[in-house]
Design a binder for this molecule. Structure first.
Ligand SMILES: [Fe+2]
Length: 286
């Protein structure tokens, strides 16, 4: 094809992939090229802007190392991660919604008993999180596992605490025979995603902030059910309406109810004031 024009270029490039052996690769790249060409034409991309884009993606790559994944941050902040998550985790109504895993999950968190303290001796306002894990018909799921992790009261995960050896603020709980779970922790805080790189610079240029609303992460699993990765978000958080990575779902926002009564506190062996969060998770059969 010698005579490439604005009108036929997309077709020519797609035609150049005709011999691709991997049908899915061909399908994805065909769509990618079509959208990319349409985008360039739609915004009338200039030479300077094209080069700025190349330089931006180069700095995103250069910021990546074994601890920092700037491309995932870029995907998260552009909503690409959440769009991918939504289309791959469509759930029937009433089933607990999936949301973003984030970069702070660690395998082999310690097993903790009923009413065990996720926060250990970390400072913070005590919280009792309790509820049930149920099937869609409301039947309890005994011995469901809840893999839980969260930030501390200042918004830091254990992986971000230079003086800490080992794990903190993470643990695995199980439901009892009636599907009940209960654990103690501290109130997590909102926190910024890492914003000292090119993605942070882009957010500032777009008039955006880097914060995620306070949340507790969960992976729920039980034999015979689909596991779900999710988060519970604190009602009233200043960033609930503007999560930097678009992870909030209305069904996952919970009240942290404040209690002053010593009698209630004694029941859970916590000092006053303390908070309770009540939430029932619903899993979809496998
Ligand atoms: Fe998080």
């Amino acid at each position: 094809m010698r005579n490439v024009t604005e009108a036929n270029l997309t077709e020519v490039v797609i035609g150049a992939m005709a011999a691709a052996k991997d049908a899915r690769l061909k399908e994805v790249l065909t769509s990618l090229v079509s959208h990319l060409h349409a985008f360039i034409r739609e915004v009338n991309l200039t030479e300077t802007e094209w080069l700025a884009g190349i330089q931006f993606l180069t700095t995103v790559g250069q910021k990546c190392d074994d601890k920092r994944q700037e491309f995932i941050l870029l995907s998260d902040t552009l909503g690409a991660t959440t769009m991918k998550d939504i289309i791959n985790n469509r759930k029937p109504p009433g089933v607990t919604e999936y949301t973003i895993l984030g970069p702070f999950h660690r395998a082999s968190a310690p097993e903790l008993p009923r009413l065990g303290n996720l926060a250990g001796d970390m400072a913070g306002e005590p919280v009792i999180v309790r509820g049930r894990v149920l099937g869609p018909d409301g039947s309890p799921i005994p011995n469901a596992a809840l893999d839980v992790w969260q930030s501390d009261a200042k918004g830091f995960y254990d992986l971000q605490m230079p003086d800490l050896d080992g794990m903190a603020l993470r643990g695995i709980f199980h439901t009892d025979a009636e599907g009940h779970y209960v654990f103690r922790t501290i109130k997590p805080s909102f926190y910024p995603i890492p914003d000292d790189g090119p993605v942070g610079k882009l957010l500032r240029a777009l008039g955006r902030h880097p914060y995620r609303p306070a949340h507790i992460h969960f992976i729920l699993s039980a034999p015979g059910y689909q596991s779900v990765t999710t988060e519970l978000f604190a009602e009233g958080d200043p960033y609930l309406e503007s999560d930097a990575v678009f992870g909030v779902r209305g069904s996952l926002v919970v009240a942290f109810v404040r209690h002053e009564s010593g009698g209630e506190a004694a029941r859970f062996n916590v000092p006053t004031p303390f908070y309770t969060v009540d939430y029932d998770f619903v899993l979809e059969p496998a």
